[in-house]
Write a protein that binds this ligand. Structure first.
Ligand code: SF4
Length: 477
């Protein structure tokens, strides 16, 4: 069977907001272009560089920080390690001096207003998120490469296979949820065990476990930081941050000193329905407010939808039931949710420019629903049923970010994705999968069919929906 091997660390990537496809992907593309120049010993021969943005990257690139991402990538910064407080000063410096230091080594003239072109009426056929880098060398030779940001921070170069990764012989190859179920039945393993066996092909198990705990550390830090940052989000829409106010209100003046005592304080506040509901919203708001302000986030499976998984996982740890140590619960949750994300990527898309918001919030909700169900003791089939339910009720959801910013409706939408994941899980736990009318594979196919029928206006172009019906001067809805 031919399959695309996707690791849990392809689905969960530490990076910088606000968008995996429009920020992280173009950033990675710029880094890869630098690698080309360096591998050919041409870096110091470069006279100037131009960046051309096509399709959705051109239409919503300003709001999504695509121009900032390519400048940082060309400067040799990495989204995982960059000090996020240095981002804006660096961008301001490039604009003020009209100079950019390629890979931190070779200074060239670079005027972002002229050298980054937003070709809003041009689109390349392979994918709506396309960008080209054109370097002119001192001898006037031109070096050009085109990349596609295909969603979730994944990038492919023109002519390269979409799978990118060297084909690994996984013990349990999976393309569809039927494949996954087949392996679960054949081996008696749970979903997270199947995924872990596959991950062992790439690295020792301890490394996977440590990497996943690191992913959770960044997710948790992001929630904590978002719950303690006040003010207005950047971009001109004047969206007021809400997580910090909600955090204060829900804690009623209880004091804490760090993220671990903060979590204890939340847990000590009870388990009433509204209390829990408010916290799930607060966690999701916090992450996506951080994401909107170029904060450090984990792509899950995209940045726009980065709040759903942390919110549901934090809910599970604080208010849910499940066996095993906290570390084991975190690792299992992330493994199972990543597998769901990868099945959606293989059978449909996780790119809003291809499938609208069903591909972002819908997929993250399905991922969280399955992981929560398995974590709470549900069977593999109930976990898949939960993912199916979560996606079924996101089908057709459009992407229409106001002002091209990942703020409205994006931030609130993460709260909805998280709550739907919890409800879907509850429903699946109370149901018998034998009686389900819609399989997970059927809903994935339906999502893909819907994506193809969806008007281009609703695929991350800011040409339709809320993006055209809400004046930019309006405050937060
Ligand atoms: S509307 Fe949805 S898909 Fe579009 S940018 Fe916002 S979160 Fe992403």
């Amino acid at each position: 069977m031919s399959y695309e091997p996707i690791s849990v660390f392809d689905i969960f990537k530490i990076g910088v907001g606000p968008s995996s496809s429009h920020t992280l992907g173009p950033w990675r593309a710029a880094q890869r272009f630098l690698q080309t120049l360096q591998s050919r010993n041409l870096l110091f021969e470069v006279k100037d560089v131009k960046v051309l943005l096509y399709g959705s990257l051109a239409k919503t690139g300003i709001g999504h920080g695509t121009d900032i991402a390519v400048q940082l990538g060309l400067s040799g910064d990495d989204p995982v390690t960059i000090d996020i407080t240095h981002i804006q000063p660096k961008i301001n410096d490039i604009a003020a001096m009209n100079r950019l230091v390629l890979s931190g080594l070779h200074e060239i003239e670079f005027d972002p207003r002229e050298d980054i072109e937003f070709l809003v009426s041009e689109k390349l056929p392979f994918h709506p998120n396309a960008l080209s880098f054109l370097a002119t060398l001192k001898n006037d030779e031109a070096i050009a490469e085109t990349y596609y940001s295909i969603g979730g921070g994944f990038v492919v170069k023109e002519g390269e296979s979409v799978t990118g990764r060297v084909q690994a012989q996984l013990p349990f190859p999976v393309n569809t949820s039927d494949d996954l179920l087949h392996w679960c039945i054949k081996t008696g393993l749970s979903i997270h065990e199947i995924v872990l066996e596959n991950e062992n092909t790439w690295r020792p198990e301890q490394q996977t476990r440590d990497g996943l705990l690191d992913i959770w550390r960044v997710m948790k830090e992001c929630m904590y930081n978002g719950c303690h940052a006040e003010g207005t989000l950047p971009g001109g829409l004047n969206v007021r941050r809400r997580a910090a106010g909600l955090n204060k209100k829900l804690l009623h003046g209880i004091t804490y000193s760090d993220s671990s005592t903060w979590v204890d304080a939340i847990k000590g506040g009870g388990n009433g329905f509204n209390y829990i509901l408010d916290w799930v919203s607060c966690f999701a708001l916090a992450v996506n407010e951080q994401n909107a302000s170029f904060g450090r986030v984990v792509t899950a499976p995209t940045n726009g939808a980065a709040g759903v998984i942390p919110a549901v996982l934090q809910y599970f740890l604080l208010f849910g039931e499940g066996s095993g140590s906290e570390e084991d619960r975190i690792i299992r949750f992330l493994l199972t949710s990543a597998e769901m994300g990868s099945i959606f990527k293989k059978g449909a898309t996780i790119s809003a420019a291809m499938g609208g918001c069903q591909a972002e919030i819908g997929v993250s909700s399905a991922m969280a629903a399955a992981a929560l169900t398995e974590g709470m003791g549900g069977s593999q089939r109930q976990a898949m049923m939960a993912a199916e339910i979560a996606m079924e009720h996101h089908l057709g959801m459009t992407c229409d970010p106001i002002g091209g910013l990942v703020q409205v409706p994006c931030i609130e939408r993460n709260t909805m994705g998280a709550i739907k994941a919890i409800t879907a899980s509850q429903l699946a736990m109370q149901s018998t999968p034998d009686f389900a009318k819609v399989s997970l594979d059927a809903v994935i196919k339906t999502m893909w069919d819907t994506a193809q029928d969806m008007s281009q206006k609703y695929k991350e172009t800011a040409d339709g929906g809320l993006a055209i019906n809400v004046p930019l001067s309006l405050p937060e809805c």
